[in-house]
Design a protein around this ligand. Structure first.
Ligand code: HEM
Length: 382
């Protein structure tokens, strides 16, 4: 897609991909402007895409941060700022490191593994179970839950059987999350659910729908993107022995490596905004109600912002990427995602001498707005 976006940045940086369709926003500067002006570019336009008319139950994600504007957004976000801050997630570090250690030991014992399944899916699922206080044995269902939340909006009418499956997955998800809520009301623990219940007890305004929306958003926003980031880190290391060697010599470079994978690959490729009034963007007049596809993937390779934008360069300084968004919706989970990726990479570098990728093209997991390897067969050498 990169040459295509490069052409758009040059020739039609704000343009309708097809007549009457969404507007692609591709330049860094315009993407930043949209994210920094939520009064002009609303996040509530996401809603119809996850709450189709045929769905009888409320899709809980509608009531979440991601799909609200101020003042609701401000109120909700203030309830979890502390929990997700870098010091807030540091309490999970020993648990995540121990999980990464056991995952890498297991991979080394098996020698040939699918890195996506063994690490990229496993580590975030464990971290998220711990964070939400969910039984880790439910982890294999997380993907079907997340797929249901995002899938109900795009499934065609004739796919009745699949619709029934998605509804069943939503019911299953709500059932288990309600179980966690009940448990934590009785026995508070060291997890985000207890933090939210405590915030409410101390006068924070939070409805039951909003509480459920939080949990569901954390599951869907916190998993797919982190799976993709870990898979992309593994792929980059396996394909670039020079980077592997450099990181092995100096592990303090791991955070820089992760930031450059985020910029270069953009696991979260885009987001959506809707104009609240007629407005202008990048010299183009937009009507009220225009739906914008805000392309992080393109902004992160903008040649006017990044020198040698299409080269992977860990030594980059200057403007940070937009991989986690910007402004009031800036990713709440960024400190956690960075922590998980850093610990996974550190343990891998400590325990393995080399990674060898089975030759052949990569198969990609391309969801609505995310992208990462679907499978990554690797041979690990101790
Ligand atoms: C929002 C990316 C991991 C929770 C966002 C946004 C981006 C993003 C781009 C902004 C969306 C927008 O402006 O419309 C990523 C990437 C991740 C990641 C690339 C991993 C590599 C996580 C994790 C969690 C999380 C681990 C939770 C534990 C959230 C939440 C929001 C969000 C709750 C909504 C914030 C708001 O609307 O105020 N994420 N995310 N994310 N992310 Fe992440």
């Amino acid at each position: 897609p990169h040459p295509f976006y490069a052409a758009l940045r040059r020739e039609a940086p704000v343009s309708q991909v097809e007549p009457g369709g969404m507007w692609a926003v591709t330049r860094y500067e315009d993407v930043l402007y949209v994210l920094k002006n939520p009064q002009l570019f609303s996040s509530e336009g996401f809603r119809p895409s996850v709450q189709p008319a045929w769905l009888e139950q409320r899709n809980p994600v509608i009531d979440s941060l991601l799909m609200t504007d101020p003042p609701t957004h401000t109120r909700l976000r203030s309830l979890i700022t502390r929990t997700f801050s870098a010091p807030g997630v540091a309490r999970l570090e020993p648990f995540i490191r121990a999980s990464a250690e056991s995952i890498v030991a297991d991979m080394l014992a098996r020698r040939r593994v699918d890195f996506v399944e063994s690490m990229a899916l496993a580590l975030p699922s464990r971290a998220m179970s711990a964070l939400l206080g969910l039984d880790a044995s439910l982890a294999p269902r997380f993907k079907s839950w997340a797929d249901a939340v995002t899938g109900v909006g795009i499934i065609p009418a004739e796919a009745t059987e699949r619709r029934a499956e998605l509804v069943a997955a939503l019911d299953d998800m709500k059932h288990h999350l309600n179980g966690v809520l009940e448990l934590r009301r009785r026995e508070p623990g060291n997890d985000v659910v207890s933090d939210l219940l405590q915030a409410r007890a101390q006068g924070g305004v939070l409805s039951d729908d909003e509480l459920m929306g939080f949990l569901v958003l954390l599951l869907i926003a916190g998993l797919e993107t982190t799976y993709d980031l870990l898979g992309l880190c593994g792929l980059t290391l396996a394909d670039n022995p020079d980077i592997w060697a450099r990181l092995k010599k100096d592990r303090t470079l791991v955070p820089r490596f992760i930031e450059e994978v985020l910029r270069f690959e953009s696991p979260s490729q885009s987001t959506i905004r809707t104009t609240t009034q007629e407005t202008e963007l990048g010299g183009v007049k937009l009507p009220k109600g225009a739906v914008l596809l805000v392309q992080f993937v393109s902004a992160n390779r903008d040649e006017s912002v990044y020198r040698d934008a299409h080269r992977f360069d860990m030594d980059r300084t200057g403007v940070p990427s937009l991989a986690f968004g910007q402004g009031i919706h800036f990713c709440v989970g960024a400190p956690l995602a960075r922590l998980e990726a850093r610990l996974a990479m550190e343990v891998l570098l400590e325990r393995c001498d080399r990674l060898v990728r089975e030759p052949g093209p990569v198969t990609w997991n391309v969801a609505v707005t995310t992208r990462g390897p679907a499978v990554l067969p690797l041979e690990l050498h101790p």
